[in-house]
Design a protein around this ligand. Structure first.
Ligand SMILES: Cc1ncc(COP(=O)(O)O)c(C=O)c1O
Length: 483
């Protein structure tokens, strides 16, 4: 077939030709698309038109690119669940309160320990096959060879310089301009957020957090003797700027705002750029520290880089915290922080709190992240997570009762499942645990009972028949509990 080349949207016509072939079944999931070069020959179009058509079909979910193999037809998306509910309108603010999250998390852990585990859907990182195990082993061996005394020498104070340089370079992708000196290496993002909050608050102060909020952040807030105020957060666009503004106007004890703008845990929401910009301006206007937890932004399906909130900062209002725990090496506990106007204080607190991180892991990861192997790993990881997320969501859509809601994030590894009304979410969770199925229950993501009817499901592990069966069994337990 040859397409007339006098139209601007030639690539769309080419794409629709192949979309039609997939819809009619002439091309089926797993089939290889003609190569970009063959498309140019077959349809007498330019290389860039053929490429644009493939990118378009990939974006729409019809094709997937496999490294060094070309484009293949993807499994169709069949997820037909309603998206998660938006926060109630008008937006309600609870009073700032001291948290009781430790008790909730301790009970969760204690219940998990009671029963043998078969399928773990409760974590927020991938299984080992999602990470470059062999390449990291080789990089560690090379690091030991090139630094034979690394295990017995003192470690550089704020982090290994080569590692900080590569972090600064990679941060450019998220719109940040940093020097290695702007970075302190930490024990994961957990230590980074701890340091940030310690630098800007005192016991008794209030911190504005998202609702629902990653339970680890709530635990840090509680550990530091702070109160929290939960700000309504959209499953699609993140923390409500309007509600935050109201909170900042009415609650002078708020000292800091903690936000996960990209692929929020548990919602998977991504703040639009206009909201990010407004958020920074709002915190600057009110003189509040804005703590950005950016653990997930590199896991965006589209390979388009999501901008960090920090990239709009002009006066040091933003403290940026990040982690390599989700993207590269869950076993290494590496994270980092750049502290805006509190950077010097954060350096001091890190030194006082835990001293520097070990150098071997920084040398290992630094070498890997400086190479193109890191880019290849990230492309593979994003594709793998997208596929696992979609298969998990399809399984939920196939098995769970009507009234279940789920918004599909465009990246990351978490699904936030909103159940229809059931009699006892706690009994459901206990029974699932008794049968060896572990999920993260909604009530650990808030100090309220607002999310008791939710489950967070991890899709970073391989989607096997066992995972499918666990989801089917969870769904059966939900049916038993329907009111
Ligand atoms: C939003 C968020 N921040 C921080 C962390 C913890 O990061 P790290 O393991 O690097 O301490 C997690 C882990 O689940 C998370 O989801």
């Amino acid at each position: 077939m040859s397409l007339p080349d006098d139209t601007q949207l030639l690539y769309l016509r080419l794409a629709s030709h192949y979309q039609g072939a997939i819809e009619s079944g002439s091309l089926t999931p797993g089939d290889r698309m003609p190569s970009v070069r063959s498309l140019t020959r077959l349809h007498k179009v330019s290389l860039s038109t053929a490429l644009q058509a493939c990118h378009y079909l990939e974006d729409k979910g019809w094709l997937e690119a496999r490294p060094r193999s070309g484009y293949f037809v993807r499994r169709p998306r069949r997820v037909s669940l309603q998206p998660n509910s938006e926060p109630e309108q008008p937006l309600q603010l609870d009073a700032a309160q001291y948290l009781g999250i430790h008790e909730r998390v301790s009970e969760f852990i204690a219940s998990c320990e009671l029963y043998p585990l078969k399928t773990n859907l409760a974590q927020a990182f991938g299984s080992p096959d999602a990470y470059p195990t062999e390449a990291l082993k080789h990089a560690a061996t090379r690091a030991l060879r090139s630094h034979p005394e690394v295990l017995v020498e003192p470690t550089p104070w704020h982090g290994e310089s080569g590692f900080r340089a590569v972090l600064a370079r990679r941060a450019l992708d998220h719109g940040m301009r940093l020097t290695p000196d702007d970075i302190v290496v930490t024990h994961g993002c957990t230590e980074a957020v701890n340091l940030a909050l310690r630098a800007v608050t005192q016991a008794g102060d209030t911190v504005a957090v998202e609702s629902p909020c990653y339970f680890g952040l709530l635990q840090i807030v509680q550990s530091l003797g702070l109160r929290s105020i939960e700000i309504p957060t959209s499953p699609h666009t993140g923390m409500s700027i309007e509600a935050l503004e109201l909170a900042l106007q009415t609650q002078p004890s708020i000292r800091a705002v903690v936000v996960v703008p990209n692929f929020q845990n548990p919602l998977g929401s991504v703040m639009p750029d206009a909201h990010k910009e407004r958020l920074v301006a709002l915190c600057a206007e009110h003189g509040k520290a804005l703590i950005e937890d950016d653990s997930y932004s590199a896991l965006c399906d589209a390979e388009q880089s999501l901008r960090a909130v920090q990239s709009w900062d002009t006066d040091g209002t933003v403290i940026y915290c990040a982690s390599l725990h989700k993207t590269l090496a869950p076993g290494m506990r590496l994270g980092w922080i750049t502290g805006g106007r509190w950077h010097a204080r954060i350096k001091m607190l890190k030194f006082a709190q835990s001293r520097p991180n070990d150098a071997l892991s920084q040398l290992t990861v630094g070498e890997f992240m400086a190479s193109s192997a890191y880019d290849r790993h990230m492309t593979r990881l994003r594709n793998l997570l997208r596929e696992r997320r979609e298969r998990t969501a399809e399984s939920i859509a196939a098995h769970f009762p009507a009234g279940t809601r789920l918004s599909m994030p465009r990246g990351g590894m978490l699904l936030w499942v909103q159940l229809p009304p059931i009699r006892s979410p706690h009994a459901l969770f206990e029974q699932a645990l008794r049968e060896g199925i572990r999920v993260a229950p909604g009530w650990i993501f808030s100090n309220s009972s607002r999310y008791d009817n939710y489950l967070r499901i991890n899709c970073g592990i391989q989607f096997t028949a066992e995972v499918d069966a666990a989801i089917e069994r969870l769904a059966a337990l939900v049916y038993e509990q329907l009111v």
